[in-house]
Design a protein around this ligand. Structure first.
Ligand SMILES: Cc1ncc(COP(=O)(O)O)c(C=O)c1O
Length: 372
């Protein structure tokens, strides 16, 4: 092949435009120098572990590791369909719900398109969209809460997807079913509304709605869920989505053939059947979320209402008491929480609800820090 080079630029592989501008996802910290077993309250994991039946199912698959998993996750499909009373064909499974966000963006976005998310929306959405060449438009979130009008203001004729986490990470705030319905009513029908329910099980506010009923009757609503949070299977990476058949079928065309692995599928099926474990996990949050919020508020921090398994606390802008200093101080006591500067919230920390002793340890450490 003869090629004439236009310039003397070296010929080498180049990522497509926009890829190198993406800020990669960084998970919550898991290590502190010099502390062997820090208390990790930085990634909204389930502090109780996972269901014993899920762990047993995982171990049982050890004898089948030479086999490919079922490419359509049919056991899990049947279990989720039965549990949530959903049509099995309208489900799609992913390597975490993170993969679902990426599949949606890959299928529906091209350069020139955009997606809309809240100003403090989950970082994975913007990465998925930018990876597909789409721009990201951020809707302002007064009081750290998604504002339906602000979201709609960002939607234009090139908007393909609106991503809403409900409850939201990292803020913990939520929208009511009525607000979601208004958003959907006013959204053009060619825009997909993604309702990310990663923390849905922890939301008990009367006005909250997980959006499944809306997804059932709509042509453009996709609900996503995960086994990483209430089921405590974050390590196994299992998420799913329920949406219109036209959307799930299109996503299936580019889904990696065996994206949910065999131990993960078996464990997820068992986890779904363990209602006691789910109830214990929820009871822990029900008890300690208000306690932690109230205690942190009592220390003079601004704590935002949360319906998730974590709370967000805003620190003062006073030297010696900033969020950054609090994060370092807690780390010096062996406690890892999540600093939020990559969300534009460098004045705040996100703290996963722990066991009683953990929650008390956080408050006991922050007391002297705030009053020093
Ligand atoms: C709002 C939100 N959505 C989705 C996820 C990702 O879930 P998964 O582990 O299923 O990829 C998270 C994880 O922290 C999250 O906070």
């Amino acid at each position: 092949m003869t090629t004439v080079l236009a310039s003397n630029a070296p010929l080498r592989p180049r990522p497509k435009p926009g890829i190198l501008d993406i800020v990669a996802y960084v998970g919550g910290k898991s290590k502190i120098d010099g502390i062997a077993h820090p208390l990790k309250l930085s990634s909204n994991e389930n502090i109780l572990g996972c269901s014993p039946s899920a762990a047993a199912a995982f171990v049982e698959t050890a004898s089948q590791l030479n086999l490919y998993p079922d490419g359509r996750s049919n056991l899990l499909r049947a279990a989720v369909a039965q549990h949530f009373k959903l049509e099995p064909d309208r489900l799609i499974f992913g390597c975490g719900s993170d993969e679902i966000f990426t599949l949606l963006a890959q299928v529906y976005c091209e350069p020139g398109d955009n997606v809309v998310q809240g100003q403090y929306g989950f970082l994975a959405y913007r990465i998925a969209a930018r990876g597909a060449g789409a721009a990201v438009r951020f809707a302002r979130e007064p009081n750290l809460r998604v504002d339906v009008n602000a979201v709609l203001d960002e939607v234009d004729e090139r908007t393909r997807i609106v991503y809403i986490a409900n409850p939201a990470n990292p803020t913990g705030t939520w929208l009511s079913g009525a607000e979601i319905q208004t958003l959907h009513d006013r959204l053009p029908p060619n825009v997909i509304l993604v309702l990310d329910g990663a923390y849905a099980e922890f939301a008990e506010d009367d006005a909250y709605d997980d959006g499944i009923a809306l997804a059932r009757r709509s042509e453009n609503v996709v609900v996503t869920r995960t086994f990483s949070k209430i089921h405590g299977l974050a390590a196994l990476r299992v998420g799913w989505a329920y949406g219109p058949l036209a959307i799930t079928e299109a996503m299936e065309l580019i889904r990696a053939p065996f994206n949910v692995n065999l131990p993960a599928e078996a464990s997820a099926v068992a986890a779904l059947g363990d209602e006691d474990f789910v109830e214990q996990s929820l009871a822990l949050i029900r008890q300690w979320r208000p306690w932690l919020s109230q205690q942190l508020g009592g220390l003079g921090l601004e704590v935002f209402p949360s319906q998730a398994n974590f709370v967000l606390a805003r620190f003062p802008d006073a030297p010696g008491r900033t969020a950054r200093e609090a994060e370092a101080y807690l780390a010096s006591k062996g406690i890892l929480v999540r600093g939020l500067s990559n969300y534009g919230l460098s004045d705040s920390l996100r703290i996963t609800i722990g066991l009683e002793a953990h929650n008390r340890a956080v408050v006991e450490a922050l007391g002297p820090f705030m009053n020093q």
